[in-house]
Design a protein around this ligand. Sequence first.
Ligand code: NDP
Length: 314
Amino acid sequence: MKRILLLGANGQVGFELARMLPPLGDLICATRNGSAGVAPCEHADLADVDSTMDLLERVAPDVIVNAAAWTAVDRAEDEPEAALQLNARLPSLLGAWASNAGAAVLHYSTDYVFNGQGDRPWREDDATAPLGVYGQSKLAGEQALAGSGCRHLILRTAWVYAARGHNFLLTMLRLARQRDELRVVADQTGSPTPAPLIAAATAAILARWLALADEAQRARSGVYHLSSAGSCTWHQFAETIFERAEACELIARRPTVQAIGSNEFPTPAQRPSWSVLDNTRLRETFDVALPDWQLGLDRVLSDLAACTQTTTEN
Ligand code: NDP
């Protein structure tokens, strides 16, 4: 059995991976508070090199799945060192350790490595040009891992949300219960991607990749795009959330959603206006593809609705 170390097991993607990866090997989770609800869990502050090295030596994994990251995009502008530590130096350290130990690393990155000036879905080898510190730090992490010499997969995903955590879906549902009217940007386009589907796809990809001989794993190492099919603007995403959430009685009524430009909602970090990823490489290499973003939304909403019903019945 392979020993799999999952970092960031309390995050949106990490939480789902902790429930999806056990069939693949002996899963050991690591979180900042030492608890993940499932599987054995180690404590580690991944911003601290000694704590991380100690964790790696203690667990001695065959495979590291890194779902930990600094994801506060706006705060990264004011705290670049903290973002770089998690998003760039941590993958560099993991790559160096794995290269030395003969281990493999699966890591996540983002659509924010692109500048958003596109007119077709971004391919893995398109030129990167991040607009802010978060994207720069994630790109530096990709490059450090790729340059480390270890067997690795880097899955770039986008617009992640889930039934838990900090995300656009939960923010919209909260605001819908508080307000009659909302303003949402309509000039950024991307593919909302649910964490449970990212985790399920990751498990399938890992199972296929790890079944290969080391050299074949090495041949398939690199960057892959993993996002929902189809695309929408944040405004369209909000409208669809409200329509479907009302239908499954998660909200009593839909607020009015006014479409605005990004210039009317200034944020410390600039966001790419075109974030759609081309997932062809992943499909052709691992035979894995995610469904349309609207199907993914229905699934997360029905999980939320079932959860609300159970809570009400109890
Ligand atoms: P989350 O922010 O939900 O989770 C990140 C996890 O990292 C948290 O559990 C957090 O721990 C952990 N973490 C942060 N700092 C430390 C630390 N010093 N020590 C230990 N753990 C730490 O991220 P997502 O699940 O949304 O993202 C997963 C991946 O996908 C990341 O690589 C991200 O860059 C990428 N991605 C995310 C997008 C999004 O929209 N969210 C879009 C595109 C890509 P704690 O729970 O204790 O805070």
